[in-house]
Design a protein around this ligand. Structure first.
Ligand SMILES: [Zn+2]
Length: 484
C-alpha cells in the first residue's frame, strides 16, 4: 500500500492500495482522512501543505494568453494563495483535488475585465446632463454636484461604483478620484478603502488638485507623500495595485499644473493618466498645450492618455514611439458626442490601447460588454468596413490590453499560471458560436449572462448578486469624526 502526501496540485489526499484485502481498510482510511482534511481546512491540516482553493472544469476557456489564442474545453486550477496553478485542456488529472470544485459544463470562462479608465464615485449620476457635450456635462457634475461631496459620501459612492464594476465582470480598474475642497488627504484614503472593501482590484488615480496660490506644488507633494506612505500599508489584501497621477494639466491655461504633475511623476516614480483631447470644442486649446507635455518630459512610457479622441498624426506617432498608451472609452465618447478615436490607425502605429468604462455619469452602465460593442460598431460604421477591427481585438483590449497599459499585466488580464485567479463564468446557452467563439461572446453576450465573478479564485458575485467579501457590510470607516 502506498499513501502519498499532499502536493500543491494534488490536493488533500491520494491513497492507492495494491492488495484487494486492504480494500475495507482503504475505504476507512480514505473516509477518515478526507473528513479530517475537511475539518482541518484541507491538506494543510495533514501534511502542512496547502490545498488548492478551486478547480473549475468542463468550461470553454478563453485564456486571452498570447501563447494560447484559441479557446478550448478545459479546466482552471486555483492554488491556495489565489493564483492560477494550472490552465489545462481537456479533463484534469483524476487525482487533482481542491477545496471547491465547479462543473462548468456549458459555461465560458474568461479573465475578469480590466477597465483602464473609471471614475467609481460617479455611481449615483446616471442620466445627468443628458443632452450636453463634455463642457456642459462638466459644468453640471463638477460645478454643482462635486463641491458638496464629503469623505463619507465619496466612500459610499465609490463603493457602489466598485460593486457595479464587479457585478458586471470588471475585476480590476483604474480609478480617477476627486478631491473637492479637502486638503487633509482623508477623501483620498476613503476612496481607496471603498474600492478595496468592495473586493475588486484598483489602481488609485491621485488627484493633485488645482495648483494656485492657496495650493502650491509643495502642498501637493506633501499630500501625495503622506498618501503613498499610508497606501503602502494597504497592499496586504492584494486589492490595491498602486497609485498613478490622475493628470489634469491639459485642462489648464497655466503650465503650473502640468509642471507639478510631471514633478510628482519624477519624485515618486509614478505613471500618469492624463485626460486629453476628449471634447471637440476643446481641441484647439488642448492641442496648443501639448508642448508642455513634451517640455516637462511627460510623453514617455509612464504616460497613458485618457480618451485621446482628437490627436494629430504626429501626437499618435510620438506617443507610440515613446511607449505611451491610451485608454479608449467608447460608451462615454458616444454619449457625450465626443467623437471616435481612429483606433485602427493608432494600432497601425503600434500605440498600446486599453479600454475603460469611464464613470457612470457619462457611460451610464459600467458594462464592458456594451462598451466593447459600442466601440467596435462605432469603428466599423465610421470606416464602413466589418473587417477593420475584430471581436477578438476589443476583448483583448478590455482584458490583457488594459492590463498592459496600466502596467499590471504580470498580475491580471489573462489566464496564465502564476497570475491572479480573477475570472468570470458566463452562461453560453443563448449564443452557441457559429465557428468563431470570440464573435459570439462579443456580439451576443451581456452582463445578464454572467453566472459568477471570481477574484483570487474566491467568488465575489453569483447569479448577479454580490457574495463573499463583496457582500461584507459597509463598515463606514469614513463617517464624520472617524478615521481615516
Ligand atoms: Zn474620465
Amino acid at each position: 500500500m502506498k499513501i502519498s502526501a499532499c502536493s500543491r496540485t494534488n490536493g488533500p489526499i491520494t491513497a492507492t492500495v495494491s492488495n484487494w484485502r486492504l480494500g475495507s481498510f482503504r475505504q476507512w482510511l480514505a473516509t477518515t482522512m478526507t473528513a479530517t482534511a475537511m475539518l482541518l481546512g484541507g491538506c494543510a491540516g495533514i501534511a502542512s501543505l496547502p490545498a488548492n482553493r478551486l478547480l473549475v472544469e468542463n468550461a470553454l476557456v478563453f485564456p486571452m494568453d498570447p501563447a494560447r489564442p484559441a479557446p478550448f474545453i478545459g479546466y482552471l486550477l486555483v492554488a491556495s494563495d489565489g493564483t492560477i496553478a494550472r490552465v489545462g485542456e481537456g479533463r484534469p488529472a483524476a487525482d487533482l483535488r481542491a477545496a471547491r470544485r465547479i462543473d462548468a459544463q456549458g459555461q465560458w470562462l474568461l479573465p475578469g475585465f480590466v477597465s483602464a479608465h473609471s471614475h467609481l464615485w460617479q455611481s449615483d449620476f446616471a442620466g445627468i446632463a443628458s443632452d450636453q457635450n463634455l463642457e456642459g456635462w462638466m459644468a453640471q457634475l463638477y460645478g454643482k454636484v462635486t463641491p458638496g461631496l464629503d469623505a463619507a459620501q465619496l466612500y459610499r459612492l465609490t463603493r457602489l461604483g466598485a460593486e457595479h464594476h464587479l457585478l458586471n465582470g470588471i475585476t480590476t480598474a483604474f480609478n480617477f478620484t476627486v478631491t473637492g475642497g479637502d486638503k487633509t488627504g482623508r477623501v483620498d484614503r476613503c476612496q481607496l478603502l471603498a474600492a478595496t472593501h468592495s473586493g475588486m482590484r484598483v489602481l488609485h488615480g491621485f488627484n493633485v488638485r488645482k495648483i494656485d496660490a492657496q495650493w502650491t506644488p509643495e502642498d501637493a507633494k506633501e499630500r501625495l507623500r503622506a498618501f503613498l506612505q499610508w497606501a503602502g500599508e494597504q497592499r496586504g489584501s492584494g486589492r490595491y495595485l498602486g497609485t498613478v497621477i490622475a493628470g489634469a494639466g491639459m485642462y489648464y491655461d497655466d503650465p503650473a499644473q502640468t509642471r507639478t504633475e510631471a514633478g510628482l511623476m519624477q519624485a515618486f516614480g509614478l505613471d500618469n493618466q492624463q485626460h486629453y483631447l476628449e471634447a471637440p470644442g476643446l481641441v484647439s486649446a488642448e492641442r496648443a498645450r501639448y508642448r508642455w507635455l513634451k517640455e516637462f518630459g511627460v510623453v514617455g512610457p509612464k504616460l497613458v492618455y485618457g480618451h485621446f479622441v482628437h490627436p494629430t498624426p504626429d501626437m499618435v506617432f510620438e506617443a507610440a514611439q515613446a511607449g505611451a498608451g491610451m485608454s479608449w472609452n467608447p460608451l462615454s465618447n458616444g454619449r457625450l458626442g465626443s467623437g471616435t478615436p481612429d483606433i485602427p490607425a493608432y494600432r497601425a502605429q503600434g500605440l498600446r490601447i486599453g479600454m475603460g468604462v469611464d464613470g457612470e455619469a457619462s457611460a451610464d452602465r459600467a458594462d464592458p460588454f456594451e462598451n466593447m460593442r459600442a466601440g467596435l460598431y462605432q469603428i466599423r460604421a465610421n470606416r464602413q468596413s466589418a473587417s477593420v477591427l475584430s471581436a477578438f481585438d476589443v476583448l483583448r483590449m478590455h482584458t490583457l490590453g488594459s492590463a498592459e497599459v496600466l502596467g499590471v499585466d504580470g498580475v491580471v488580464g489573462s489566464l496564465a499560471e502564476g497570475k491572479k485567479a480573477d475570472f468570470l463564468l458566463v452562461d453560453a446557452k443563448g449564443f452557441q458560436p457559429y465557428k468563431d467563439p470570440y464573435a459570439a461572446l462579443v456580439f451576443a453576450a451581456g452582463v445578464e449572462n454572467i453566472n459568477g465573478v471570481f477574484v483570487d479564485g474566491e467568488q465575489v458575485a453569483a447569479q448577479r448578486r454580490l457574495a463573499g467579501v463583496a457582500a461584507t457590510p459597509d463598515a463606514a470607516p469614513c463617517d464624520a469624526g472617524k478615521q481615516p
